[in-house]
Design a protein around this ligand. Structure first.
Ligand SMILES: C[S@@+](CC[C@H](N)C(=O)[O-])C[C@H]1O[C@@H](n2cnc3c(N)ncnc32)[C@H](O)[C@@H]1O
Length: 301
């Protein structure tokens, strides 16, 4: 494939799904495009490019297939001990406490709305539910949403099945593993109640609109979007950040992977620095006079 055409593909893919194709990944991308052309029996890459730019069902269907080849879906339970400890010990208890106060003062049923954006095969949202189960004893009194979304349909299917190999548990305490999972030979199946506690949806963070009442993506207390922006072009990180800010409640938190927002403008977020990680709190827009730059935490990659 000639250089000009591969460049067009790279631009198109970035603008649709945010992915940054590095110079060293160009050959691999060409191979993936050729694989898809073969699968749908197209001889010319120009025709394939045209198909991807169309507004048709066929084009949407093809994007879903291409996404399977260009996304990276590595995930595991409690990925990053420090960040999960921060969630367990600080962030979630603070959110839970606020809701309990509201219940006591205004009689409002406590709600919690958490979103794992770019959840891949589901380990991240299920890890969040496990933490919540340990922190909330009167679960039935609460209205809790844990949403897991991804752009990769195969990853979402696996997430919905909730069956994992030992490798997904590399950071999980064995007691937690046997409490919430049932072993079948070499695989572990998540407890059915836990499985039903997560709502999985297909969402393209770059091209889909949110907040979105229709999709139940609004008023989030916490958005966890980790190891997703690391693959993104800066321009599209900034677009998604604006949508995240609007999707969080004022005071709600965004957690990304370490240093994934380096060089981004904080905008509506106030970085809060903890020894384990930075988290970004949506602040009251009127109080923000200037937008600080987000710098990486020292000692983190
Ligand atoms: C490496 S996984 C991270 C999984 C999990 N958050 C974790 O940290 O273990 C990155 C995920 O982001 C998803 N992703 C990439 N681009 C996306 C987009 N534009 N919209 C939604 N999800 C996207 C990929 O499909 C992939 O499953």
């Amino acid at each position: 494939m000639n250089d000009a055409l591969i460049h067009l593909f790279i631009q198109l893919i970035s603008s649709r799904i945010g992915l940054q194709v590095r110079p060293q990944d160009r050959t691999a991308l060409s191979q993936k495009i050729l694989t898809r052309m073969k699968a749908i029996k197209l001889a010319l890459p120009e025709k394939y490019y045209q198909l991807l730019t169309e507004r048709s069902l066929e084009s949407q269907k093809e994007w879903r297939q291409l996404v399977l080849l260009v996304t990276t879906n590595e995930s595991y339970f409690m990925r990053d001990k420090g960040q999960f400890s921060l969630l367990e010990k600080v962030i979630l208890p603070e959110l839970i406490e606020q809701k309990i106060k509201l219940k006591k003062t205004l009689g409002i049923q406590p709600t919690l709305r958490l979103w794992s954006a770019g959840c891949s095969t589901g380990e991240e949202p299920y890890s969040l539910v496990i933490l919540l189960k340990q922190l909330i004893s009167d679960w039935s009194e609460w209205k809790i949403l844990v949403l897991g979304s991804d752009i990769n349909d195969a990853a979402l299917e696996k997430a919905k099945r909730g069956i994992y190999s030992e490798w997904s548990f590399r950071l999980v305490d064995s007691q937690v593993q046997s409490r919430y999972f049932k072993q079948h030979k070499n695989e572990w199946e998540i407890d059915v109640n836990l499985r039903h506690s997560v709502d999985f949806k297909s969402v393209n963070l770059v091209s889909d609109n949110f907040p979105n009442l229709y999709n139940n993506i609004y008023n989030m207390d916490l958005i966890v979007c980790r190891n997703v922006f690391v693959y993104f072009e800066a321009k599209y990180i900034s677009i998604v950040l604006k949508k995240f800010a609007q999707t969080l409640k004022p005071g709600g938190y965004l957690m990304t992977g370490h240093a994934e927002l380096h060089g981004q403008t904080a905008g509506e977020f106030k970085p809060k620095i903890f020894p384990e990680s930075v988290v970004y709190q949506r602040c009251d827009l009127q109080k923000m006079n200037s937008a600080p730059q987000i710098r990486p935490q020292s000692g983190k990659p």
